[in-house]
Design a protein around this ligand. Structure first.
Ligand SMILES: [Zn+2]
Length: 255
């Protein structure tokens, strides 16, 4: 995502890849994608559009400076949130951005996160719509090496909250805890009774994390049905996992 002129086309390709019906990651109007354009703006999918059939005019450029303050504002009505979403557009003729643009905006401010893909994958949601314990194990354990390589050694787990500002606030709270503990940004954020957010520096990293998360979920569910999924030991996870960036904590503390 280094060439700014290529960003819309690259994000469209990711959207179409995530929206492929045969993959079952997002159907109809489900899911959304975004990428950072520059220090001030980012592109996000328009409200109500389809990932599979997303067109260039359905990618909306929004200003961080209008959306980020909503995360610290007192509770707002749905109408006021909608006003802010509309006011954030760089082009007033562009369609309304997704209400989930709020969490995209915040996550895109983190070092190392330039692209986001949010989906509702079938097997991942089988787990996230089950109990707390099973969701926690899927988030914090790893069962095979490529799950660690593509999804990171652990994922963030966020309890169910109302979409919009409350969800963006809950994601911020849980991601801050994760970064404090792990010294790096997450690759995957799991939303109870909702879906998955994959974060990365490139569209390829986001697609890989999403596809591997869904495969890992199928393996987890199947292994549970055959007597219980066996996680890799913490030592084996640590050996495969890459070493954290030593400077990440310092950069995070400036936020
Ligand atoms: Zn969603």
């Amino acid at each position: 995502m280094n060439d700014p002129a290529q960003k819309p086309a690259t994000l469209l390709k990711l959207s179409h890849d995530l929206g492929r019906e045969d993959r079952g990651l997002a159907i109809l109007g489900e899911g959304n994608t975004s990428c950072r354009l520059d220090e001030d703006t980012f592109l996000v999918k328009a409200s109500g559009s389809s990932l599979a059939e997303l067109r260039a005019e359905q990618l909306v450029a929004c200003r961080f400076s209008v959306l980020l303050p909503l995360l610290d504002a007192p509770a707002m009505s749905d109408a006021d949130v909608e006003k802010s979403l509309l006011a954030s557009r760089v082009d007033p003729a562009a369609p309304k951005p997704s209400v989930e643009a709020l969490f995209h905006a915040w996550l895109l401010t983190l070092p190392g996160i330039d692209v986001i893909g949010h989906t509702h994958p079938g097997a991942v949601d089988q787990i996230l719509c089950s109990g707390d314990d099973v969701s926690r194990r899927y988030a914090e354990e790893r069962r095979f090496p490529d799950e660690i390589v593509c999804c990171g050694a652990r994922s963030v787990l966020v309890p169910y909250v109302d979409p919009g500002t409350p969800l963006a606030q809950a994601i911020r709270e849980q991601v801050k805890v994760f970064v404090e503990r792990e010294n790096r940004p997450p690759r995957l954020i799991l939303l109870r009774n909702h879906g998955l957010i994959a974060c990365g520096a490139t569209t390829g990293a986001v697609l890989a994390a999403t596809l591997m998360a869904e495969k890992a979920a199928r393996i987890f569910v199947g292994a549970e049905l055959m007597g219980g999924a066996t996680p890799l030991s913490p030592q084996n996870v640590a050996r495969i996992d890459s070493r954290p960036d030593e400077h990440y904590r310092q950069r995070m503390l400036k936020l």
